[in-house]
Design a protein around this ligand. Structure first.
Ligand code: ARG
Length: 246
């Protein structure tokens, strides 16, 4: 007859146990997202999420392997088992939560707007961009893309694989606006003062969370306990200060 699966067998098969047995934690991220994951001058990944991943590996007593991949490849890589975990400034959304399991948020921000000084000189609020003739540049599959598609149906939406391509569209006046998380927009505006303006008041709610495979309850519990622990013992504050200032 059918044998009931024991809690011990469930843990044996779990991602948490696989990581411990393997001795390596494999984390997926797209290393093009300052200050969460970006490459130093030698090409080494660094940033808030990288240090978070290092702390996790350290607490588990395992090595860390970071797999750098395209944004749209992260969730498929998680689902197919190529990575144990995604830490990539990923916003926890209801739609994505159908495909993956999210931890509690570890950072909260919102989408802001980089405007072309020339094309969008007459734009005073984000709603002005939902009009025919307006062109929005977004990074494929990000929340900027999802929100533009859903809430700006009258505008033309041009999708690009890279963040830098979206910025170029605005700087060179081929797009009115680029929607992205606040820190990124603030950085791009400060680097392109004469060609851009920015709306730095967030118009969406973007809680960042780690993503793991559906059904990974032991790992989810471990990661949420980890987040709570580092928030309580000062390590989260140290990370925040190092990468996000004060
Ligand atoms: N927070 C946004 C989202 O979840 C953008 C994140 C981009 N992250 C990255 N590593 N490229 O869609």
């Amino acid at each position: 007859g059918a044998q009931a699966v024991t809690p011990h067998e469930i843990f044996q098969a779990s991602t948490l146990n696989q990581i411990l047995q393997r001795g390596t934690l494999i984390v997926g991220m797209e290393v093009e997202y300052y200050p969460f994951e970006y490459a130093d001058t030698k090409g080494e990944p660094m940033g808030f999420d990288v240090d978070l991943a290092k702390l996790i590996a350290q607490e588990l007593g395992v090595k860390l392997e970071i797999k750098d991949m395209e944004w749209t490849g992260l969730i498929p890589a998680l689902q197919s088992g190529k990575v144990d975990l995604v830490i990539s400034g990923m916003t926890r959304t209801l739609e994505r939560a159908k495909a993956v399991t999210f931890t509690e948020p570890y950072f909260t921000t919102g989408l802001c707007v980089l405007l072309s000084a020339k094309r969008a000189a007459d734009v005073s609020s984000v709603e002005d961009l939902n009009a025919s003739g307006r062109i929005l540049a977004v990074k494929t599959g990000t929340t900027g893309d999802l929100v533009a598609t859903k809430r700006f149906p009258n505008a033309t939406i041009n999708r690009f694989k890279d963040e830098t391509a979206c910025v170029r569209e605005v700087v060179e006046g081929r797009a009115d606006a680029f929607f992205y998380d606040q820190i990124s927009i603030a950085k791009h505006h400060s680097q392109n003062k004469s060609t851009t303006r920015a709306i730095l008041e967030p118009f969406t709610y973007e809680p960042f969370a780690m993503a793991l495979r559906k059904g990974d309850f032991d790992f989810l519990n471990w990661l949420n306990t980890f987040l709570d622990t580092i928030k309580g013992d000062g390590r989260y504050d140290a990370l925040y200060k190092k990468h996000l200032g004060a």
